[in-house]
Design a protein around this ligand. Structure first.
Ligand code: ADP
Length: 481
């Protein structure tokens, strides 16, 4: 089967979050199952993309509203990715270092629709011109949500109507919403279908993808269920499209995320050498952030936004400061200015037990998974969550809200065969309570070590999930017959 993945992010070329990790690893595992999966993404000016060699495979022009734009599609010659990576160059749209926002100002690029519409059209132009077209167009998140509509209803792409489109939702909170009048930028289509682009009077790329894709997937089964009840205004749509929806849990790239070989770690370790390995990584981390390595260490890595419960962490830190508990916390993240400021102030005030790095730092992220005893994920919603799986692979016990993919991957220690800490209710107080439960485990070194051994042995690799994608693709392809 030939599967072309369309995405705004792909690790290691351009990463903001989990979307990049998934798109940068699932195709590799699909290829190992004897399929031909490749990825096409915008040509940002990230340092990784600028360091690669390319071969031009296609060049063209296409109309966006009354204007024509030029684009070039290039194949990356890096053979280590495990899949073919194509980039789309569109002058004036992606030739900047930021993915969604200007890294200097943090402001989102004003012309988001032009950027991602021209990207999606360029890919369809290219596919249209191919002798051997892919069997499946697999679109990821709202940045590629217009492809299912355009492939099905734009006259320009009528040759593509029979190629099934799969639309995977990595985060339903972000819709790619624009003024409805902007719909005129799309190539001409059957006006009877215009309603497919609309949600609440807006041009909504996520909703259009959900309505028009042949198949919808979310990145965990629980998230799929939750979206019908709490779907960021799209509940009814999720209920309505249930027949063609399925949740497939993300896997992790167990080669990139391997504490035995991780290029970012100075001290490698395996299940067998976990005690020494974790301890060395913890000492290094504590030295770096001026913390006492004998105190239990909690980590948090992620976007500082309401969805991730980053605001609850501030409450937790204040509570810990006035309690008798001994716990250190290391935080790594960037996000909303208000939260960054608040976290920055707490970092100054409580530096004896709390250290925050307000940056995006891949190496430090790996070191935090390796050096912490526990990883905090008080997410209000979590489509899948990869951090808890990375944490477990690196022997850091997850402390999570029982929601979405966290529910599908973490079993509370109170349950039979449990290995983590889960909260059914989420508040500063349940978080503090759960941290206290974790501290009790840490006080019992033998029991703690058994849990670390157990989580490091769990298998979250893509092998099983990639097979589920294959059977979903196979089912979708049957619809073409
Ligand atoms: P998201 O909702 O942000 O996509 P996921 O849990 O699916 O959340 O994936 C988050 C990914 O981004 C993980 O690989 C995590 O290690 C990484 N990450 C998040 N924030 C940072 C940061 N500030 N520095 C380095 N890596 C980060």
């Amino acid at each position: 089967m030939d599967i072309l993945h369309l995405s705004a992010e792909c690790y290691p070329a351009a990463k903001v979050g989990g979307l990049a990790d998934v798109v940068g690893s699932l195709p590799k595992y699909l290829n190992r199952l004897d399929h031909n999966a490749s990825v096409v993404m915008p040509a940002y000016q990230t340092s990784w993309l600028q360091q690669q060699d390319y071969e031009t495979v296609f060049a063209g022009t296409a109309p966006i509203g009354m204007q024509q734009f030029e684009f070039t599609i290039k194949k990356c010659s890096n053979a280590e990715l495990g899949f073919s990576l194509y980039i789309v160059e569109i002058p004036g749209q992606f030739d900047r270092p930021g993915i969604y926002a200007d890294p200097e100002t943090g402001e989102g690029y004003w012309h988001e629709l032009d950027r991602f519409l021209s990207f999606q059209m360029a890919v369809l132009e290219w596919v249209d011109a191919m002798d051997d077209r892919p069997d499946i167009l697999h679109c990821h998140d709202h940045h590629t949500g217009l492809v299912p509509f355009m492939a099905a209803h734009c006259y320009r792409y009528k040759e593509l109507q029979k190629i099934p489109t799969v639309f995977t939702i990595h985060n339903a909170e972000y819709h790619g919403e624009h003024d409805f009048e902007k719909g005129h930028l799309l190539p001409p289509f059957d006006m009877e279908k215009v309603g497919l682009l609309d949600w609440d009077g807006k041009l909504n790329m996520l909703a259009a993808g959900i309505k028009c894709a042949w198949q919808i997937t979310t990145v965990s089964p629980s998230y799929m269920q939750e979206l019908s009840e709490q779907g960021f205004g799209l509940e009814w749509l999720f209920q309505n499209e249930r027949q063609k929806s399925t949740g497939i849990l993300n896997g992790i790239d167990s080669e990139v995320w391997n504490p035995k070989t991780d290029e970012y770690l100075d001290h490698h370790f395996s299940v067998e050498s976990r005690k020494e390995g974790k301890s060395k990584n913890k000492q290094q981390l504590c030295r770096q952030f001026n913390l006492d390595p004998h105190v239990p260490l909690f980590g948090f890595i992620g976007r500082l936004v309401h969805q991730k419960g980053a605001d609850l962490l501030s409450g937790l830190i204040r509570e810990l400061a006035s309690s008798n508990n001994k716990a250190n916390i290391i935080l790594l993240g960037t996000g909303e200015t208000k939260l960054e400021n608040e976290i920055g102030q707490l970092h100054e005030k409580f530096s004896s037990f709390f250290s925050a790095t307000l940056a995006y730092d891949e190496k430090l992220a790996h070191r935090i998974y390796a050096g912490t005893d526990f990883l905090l994920m008080p997410s209000r919603a979590e489509p899948c969550g990869l951090n808890q799986m990375y944490a477990m692979r690196y022997g850091s016990v997850p402390v999570v809200h029982n929601v979405g993919g966290l529910k599908d991957t973490v079993t509370d220690i109170k349950e039979e065969n449990g290995y983590g800490f889960t909260m059914d209710e989420l508040s500063v107080f349940t978080l503090l309570d759960t941290v206290e439960r974790a501290l009790k485990l840490h006080n019992k070194p033998e029991k703690m070590d058994n849990i670390v051994k157990k989580i490091m042995g769990l298998n979250f690799s893509w092998n099983a999930s990639a097979k589920q994608y294959i059977s979903m693709y196979t089912k979708v392809l049957k619809k073409t017959l």
